[in-house]
Design a protein around this ligand. Sequence first.
Ligand code: NIG
Length: 397
Amino acid sequence: MTTTLITNLTEVFTADAAHTVIKDAAILLEDEKIAWIGSAAQAPAADTVIDAGYRAALPGWVDSHSHLVFAGDRSAEFVARMAGQDYAAGGIAVTTAATRATSDYDLTRLLMGRAAEALAGGTTYLETKTGYGLDVEEEARHARIASTVVDKVTFLGAHLVPAGMDAQEYTDLVCGEMLERVRPYVQFADVFCERGAFNEAQSRQVLAAAHQAGLGLRVHGNQLGPGPGTQLAVEFGAASVDHVNYLDDADVTALAGSWESWDPATRTGAAGTVATCLPACDLSTRQPLAPGRELIDAGVQIALASNCNPGTSYTSSMAFCVATAVLQMRLTIEEAITAATYGGALALGVQDLVGSLEVGKRADIQLLNAPAVAHLAYRPGMNLSGPVFRAGALVVG
Ligand code: NIG
């Protein structure tokens, strides 16, 4: 066993249940795990000592929602949107055509480049989705490629009905042969439950088939308007419902109800459905921001994620999401960081492994080129990313 002490930390924000902040701190690692956190003055001896140079430390980001397996460019669509055009999911077909035409080698390199960008920004645990393949061979290919690069893969064959195909016929394909082919590579399945994508009955069919196949569930819900997505997610015990821009009182009540057996003070009990807010997407599509403040106040566990994709949110910057959540969604800095770390871990079911700096957890730690974590929102848009440790190893210098 090798021990490493990271010391001269101005503060450590642990993202534990009490939102503990330790000033003038140090963290002891034993191999890939956190063994001790406390005041630098009381730090134990270690084989190696790393001088953090008076930086703040926090958990690596857990980005629980991204769509990184894609090729092509949709900047013209973005420009048109900024000129007043509405987002309608039709652009997915543009990316699908470009992605289908890209070799395994090139697609893998594109994905690796995006994962490396995320890591450089402090993301140490990453989920990504399929959903730009939309036929059996392509969805299986994208799932296989994704599984070689990221931590968790979500099957999103139910992203859009391909042009020229009957919606029910395609839903049957997603729930049958396509699901069977992607199954070895994925841990979750998702459905875009929205007008213009999959209706309630089709979404139910996808969720039931994925559950039957033993996958965890998520739903893209209430992104472009009110609808059944959030309530379906709760009904099926989904790990998360993502977007949640247009919620009514019944949606919030259903989400809160799903957390009734969870004790936030001890973080024990039965986890409910995480409401994943995607503020970068909300800005890029000019949708109302997800009601993160109201959800927290209602007792719902929320996550913040990048939703990095070529259509609605072409950024993997979790720092940008945190700053927006603080400045625009009225979260405190502690709530926003916790949503982008522990919240993401809850949404992926890996909260016992990552998402907070606590003894026994994997040492996924990011250092900021700033003396306090508040700088993430206090200095929005600045690149404050410093060294990053993943499983105890320095992966960004
Ligand atoms: O999460 N909402 C659906 N899927 C993506 C956007 C996909 C695209 O436009 O390429 C999202 O925003």
